[in-house]
Ligand binder design. Structure first.
Ligand SMILES: [Zn+2]
Length: 414
């Protein structure tokens, strides 16, 4: 029998005890009647998104949560950003994260973000898109948020083993770096040459553009160069529906990274201008979207970013408050799902307020639904989940357990 499931990803949920909260975590201190009811009737545990003690990014954390091995499908930020920016990418393409930047006459980077340029970026990006380079390599380029953009090189025998032209965050005033092959393969040499050729074209096109002349006249920094970093090769990622008996799946997220991972996994992305990847995440709208998508899908992923943001800001009070809002959202979902639906709640990584960064701490996880074996835990929290029936497992294990409960797993053996 097949069943539907909702996978709730609370970004950076896991935390550490906070003195001001009486040595509780924000999740433990928050009033979460729905999450606790789910935990009391469900199967709980601790999940190491990738592996114990290894902090991971939102991208890797979500790949693991969807049952992928990041070592097989992940080779840097570039491809994820390219997907997020809406560029079409194919296996073998090499993608880079880019910035529009200001470079002075001596080739020194005076501002890595070209004064955080926004206006006119789309127009500049259009001129840098679809450019033919030597050796039949095509360069595609698209704007992302603000001064950010992505570059995708397509051609035979490309490699992500090339260095960044971006001197890096703390190195303003340094020269733009020459892109070098990082190994001795022909592919790396070809790719480095192609990037260098592209960056020279970009400087020529941007340098004489009227928009930049206007910016200089009005005292703004010109966007006269492109900086590249984070090269990654696009690998084939088997869609979830091919891996698991035609599993139909969709994702609700306001964040480009998670939308990109969902796209990689072959999930339908639901978007709405009221759904953000920010503090104002609009739980009501997200709950409605989940319920709508559940009609035509087997698995619906819903992602909330705000908890991670509060963790990075070190705001335990805000994190606690957001968790209470999430509890309300989960309550709205739970009250309106068909009786057979499973609810799974976990996170992509921990972002402790005391660390203000992702940490390697495991995250609390639960699976709830009719017929799911319950354990003795009655609340949803880091400490209580450590005694649960799921034990301590990886994100991959967790996803496969959910898929099996849904009836979409493949038997191993005869
Ligand atoms: Zn984060």
């Amino acid at each position: 029998m097949k069943r539907k499931a909702i996978l709730i990803s609370i970004d950076g949920l896991g935390d550490r005890p906070i003195h001001e909260l009486g040595e509780l975590t924000p999740l433990e201190a928050a009033a979460t009647p729905t999450l606790d009811r789910i935990a009391s009737k469900g199967l709980t545990g601790l999940v190491d998104p990738y592996a114990p003690g290894i902090p991971c990014g939102t991208d890797v954390g979500h790949l693991c949560m969807l049952g992928y091995d990041p070592n097989e499908v992940y080779s840097g930020r570039g491809p994820i950003e390219a997907l997020g920016a809406g560029l079409e990418i194919f296996p073998g393409d090499v993608a880079f994260r880019c910035n529009f930047a200001t470079v002075d006459q001596e080739g020194k980077v005076s501002d890595r973000r070209a004064g955080r340029i926004r206006d006119g970026v789309a127009e500049l990006a259009r001129l840098l898109d679809n450019i033919s380079l030597n050796e039949d390599i095509i360069a595609n380029f698209a704007p992302a948020t603000d001064h950010r953009a992505v570059l995708v090189l397509r051609g035979k025998g490309l490699s992500p083993q090339v260095s960044d032209s971006d001197p890096g965050g703390n190195n303003e005033g340094m020269a733009m770096q020459k892109v070098q092959p990082l190994d001795k393969t022909d592919a790396a040499i070809r790719t480095a040459q192609a990037v260098e050729q592209y960056l020279a074209i970009a400087r020529e096109v941007l340098g004489k553009h009227p928009l930049n002349r206007q910016r200089i006249m009005s005292g703004q920094l010109p966007a006269n160069a492109i900086l590249t970093r984070g090269a990654g090769i696009v690998t084939y990622c088997t869609p979830l529906r091919e891996r698991f008996k035609g599993l139909r799946c969709a994702a609700v997220s306001g964040e480009a990274t998670v939308q990109a991972i969902a796209k990689m996994a072959g999930m339908q992305n639901y978007t709405h201008p009221g759904i953000t990847g920010s503090y104002d995440f609009n739980g009501k709208l997200k709950a409605a979207a989940v319920l709508e998508l559940l009609a035509d899908n087997d698995l619906v992923l819903v992602h909330i970013k705000a908890t991670d943001l509060a963790g990075h800001d070190g705001r335990w009070d805000q994190k606690k408050n957001i968790i209470e809002q999430i509890d309300t959202m989960v309550g709205q979902i739970k009250a309106n799902i068909p009786p057979d639906t499973l609810i799974a709640i976990t996170a992509d990584h921990s972002t402790p307020c005391t660390v203000k960064e992702h940490s390697g701490d495991p995250v609390p996880a639960v699976i709830w639904g009719k017929g799911v074996r319950a354990d003795k835990q009655v609340t949803y929290g880091e400490t209580s989940c450590s005694h649960g029936g799921l034990g301590r497992i990886t994100g991959n294990n967790y996803f496969h357990i959910l898929i099996d409960l849904m009836g979409f797993s493949q038997k191993f053996g005869a």
